[in-house]
Design a protein around this ligand. Structure first.
Ligand SMILES: *[C@@H]1O[C@H](CO)[C@@H](O)[C@H](O)[C@H]1NC(C)=O
Ligand SMILES: [Cu+2]
Length: 186
């Protein structure tokens, strides 16, 4: 029975991991196009957190646009001559497989300079171990230098449940998890 239970728990963890991956439709209802504002996609990305495993869904009509994965230099200059990989068929899903900065643009004439470009920062943070402490925050142990301006209060505790409870699937996951662990007690 114990073996069966651990198998169920492992299976469940895999399920949760897959449920927690987020699909982002780039540009939401606008999709992937040459926007009227050059900051359209940076505004879109600004409110979002991207994690490894999430999927970017670029919604466009094949032949009207494409999605090139590019370097920062190419992104900054809209240099369409040095693209490494181009998705020409729309809609195109790109899974975020690595952490760090990721850059995309459309290679059609002038589309990038008109704002059809996307830069995102992908974090490798696992959903089970949320790291909400800012990287620049000082260590919790007081500095021996005595130069600290004041003993500022520690940041508020992270709301560990927010990521899960904000999503209906997350709520379902919690319920299923409770049932699974409940059954394992018998
Ligand atoms: C892209 O992902 C979305 C959401 O998971 C899915 O509905 C769609 O079928 C996928 N499209 C392609 C081309 O894989
Ligand atoms: Cu385009």
């Amino acid at each position: 029975m114990a073996k069966g239970c651990s198998y169920v728990v492992v299976l469940f963890c895999v399920l949760v991991a897959s449920v927690m991956a987020v699909d982002y439709k780039v540009g939401d209802s606008s999709g992937w196009l040459a926007p009227t504002s050059t900051s359209f996609y940076s505004d879109w990305a600004a409110s979002k957190t991207f994690n490894v495993g999430d999927v970017l869904e670029f919604d466009f009509t094949t032949g009207d646009h494409d999605v090139a994965t590019v370097t920062k230099a190419s992104y900054d200059s809209c240099d369409t001559t040095t693209t490494t990989s181009v998705e020409k068929t729309g809609p195109a899903n790109i899974t975020l497989t690595s952490a760090g900065e990721h850059y995309y643009f459309c290679t059609f004439t002038n589309h990038c300079s008109r704002g059809q470009k996307l830069a995102i920062n992908v974090t490798s943070t696992s959903s089970t171990t949320p790291s909400t402490v800012p990287a620049s925050s000082p260590p919790t142990t007081p500095s021996s230098s005595g130069n600290e301006p004041s003993s500022s209060p520690p940041p508020p505790p992270p709301d560990a449940g927010s990521a899960m409870s904000s999503s209906p699937l997350g709520v379902v996951s919690v319920v299923i998890m409770s049932v699974v662990f409940g059954l394992c007690l018998y």
